[in-house]
Design a protein around this ligand. Structure first.
Ligand SMILES: *[C@@H]1O[C@H](CO)[C@@H](O)[C@H](O)[C@H]1NC(C)=O
Ligand SMILES: *[C@@H]1O[C@H](CO)[C@@H](O)[C@H](O)[C@H]1NC(C)=O
Ligand SMILES: *[C@@H]1O[C@H](CO)[C@@H](O)[C@H](O)[C@H]1NC(C)=O
Ligand SMILES: *[C@@H]1O[C@H](CO)[C@@H](O)[C@H](O)[C@H]1NC(C)=O
Length: 325
């Protein structure tokens, strides 16, 4: 009897919690890592700081404070991500400088900040600007590692919005040379409301390297995800990348999820499962603004080795917490 009670108590304490989407309000362009017992969620603030919501459970993120980890001079901070390299965390983001026109979104440039130690909570200090020589509107920087080398992947707007890849000599220094085209809108579904490829996110599985990106205009219900895969030898050569012809994640009207996109990936606490974190609106009239909410769900891998993201889960539906939580 005593044993039974102890076991049930343990189950209550360590048993996996359910959670519901959204996991955080006013949190567009989410990025998440599970590190040393805690989820860390960072998202766009549209302001001159970034914060991290930290919690032991996914369900706990909803009431977690967005604790400021980095303040910068300038404004309109978007699309933060943190990547760990050699004991430090690098916070990639895009923002406008202190002297640029507030009304002009084209003032955005890519930048990186560095953590003081190995805590994802920082604090962070500005490390470098990663501005391309073209000096065009840049956004959504991310770090990808291929064959042991780091590359910056990001969206640039020379005319229409495309993805480029650029070699780095370390996490905060651009190598000499040019950025190279990685993907541009070619399919109709990449031009819903506007021709856009943005938010490139690295995804690694079974020795294969993918980039999941957002397509279409973020102000519409048709914002969605597409898939690229590195299949050759030279990451800077677009011929060495395969672009898949169909979107891999999109709105679902019967579930009331609109414009799902600009995602990140994270592992369950036990490292077994892959999860996606993304933002979406709960109405077709939602906008590309701070009202977008962060959502999370587990995904699986198909027999062909490709990710299967499935259908976005409806808000308020109880989902099983990540394995090992
Ligand atoms: C992973 O891929 C690389 C490059 O294609 C190959 O050289 C290597 O043998 C592969 N490793 C495994 C474990 O499959
Ligand atoms: C890119 O790859 C293609 C196909 O392998 C090749 O023909 C081309 O020369 C490569 N381009 C560069 C700049 O290396
Ligand atoms: C929307 O979700 C339902 C299940 O809730 C599914 O049957 C349907 O195929 C989905 N539609 C799209 C367009 O994915
Ligand atoms: C959120 O939506 C409301 C209603 O549509 C709008 O008035 C407001 O400006 C939005 N807030 C932000 C921060 O984007």
């Amino acid at each position: 009897m005593f044993k039974l009670i102890v076991v049930s108590l343990l189950l209550v304490v360590v048993g996996s919690d359910a959670f519901t989407n959204p996991i955080a309000l006013n949190a567009p362009d989410p990025w998440m890592v599970y590190y040393k017992g805690f989820y860390h969620l960072i998202a766009t603030t549209w302001s001159n700081y970034f914060g991290i919501r930290k919690a032991r459970t996914l369900a706990g993120l909803k009431s977690a404070q967005n604790q400021v980890v980095y303040r910068f001079s300038g404004h309109s901070g978007w699309a933060p991500e943190i990547h760990q390299v050699n004991e430090k965390w690098y916070l990639y983001y895009t923002s406008c400088g202190p002297n640029t026109n507030t009304d002009d979104v084209a003032c955005h440039r890519n930048r990186v900040a560095e953590s003081a130690g190995d805590d994802p909570m920082g604090p962070y200090t500005h490390k470098a600007d990663l501005i391309d020589s073209d000096d065009v509107f840049e956004l959504d920087p991310s770090l990808i590692k291929i064959n042991g080398k780091h590359y910056l992947i990001a969206s640039f707007i020379p005319d229409i919005q495309k993805l480029y890849i650029r070699e780095l000599t370390n996490p905060y220094t651009l190598a000499r040379g040019e950025k190279h085209l990685l993907s541009e809108p070619t399919f109709d579904w990449e031009s819903d409301g506007g021709s856009v490829n943005e938010g490139p996110e690295p995804l690694y599985h079974n020795n294969r390297t993918f980039v999941v990106y957002s397509a279409g205009y973020c102000d519409t219900e048709n914002y969605k995800l597409g898939l690229l895969e590195f299949i050759g030898r030279d990451p800077l050569n677009i011929s060495d990348w395969r672009k898949y012809p169909n979107p891999v994640f999109q709105k679902n009207i019967s579930r009331g999820v609109y414009g799902p996109g600009h995602n990140g990936f994270f592992k369950s606490p036990d490292g077994r499962d892959d999860w996606i974190v993304y933002h979406a609106n709960d109405s077709p009239n939602g906008h590309c603004d701070m009202n977008r909410t962060s959502r999370a769900q587990k995904f699986r891998w198909g027999a062909d080795g490709l990710p299967v993201f499935g259908v976005p889960e409806a808000e308020g539906v109880e989902l099983q917490a990540p394995s090992g939580e």
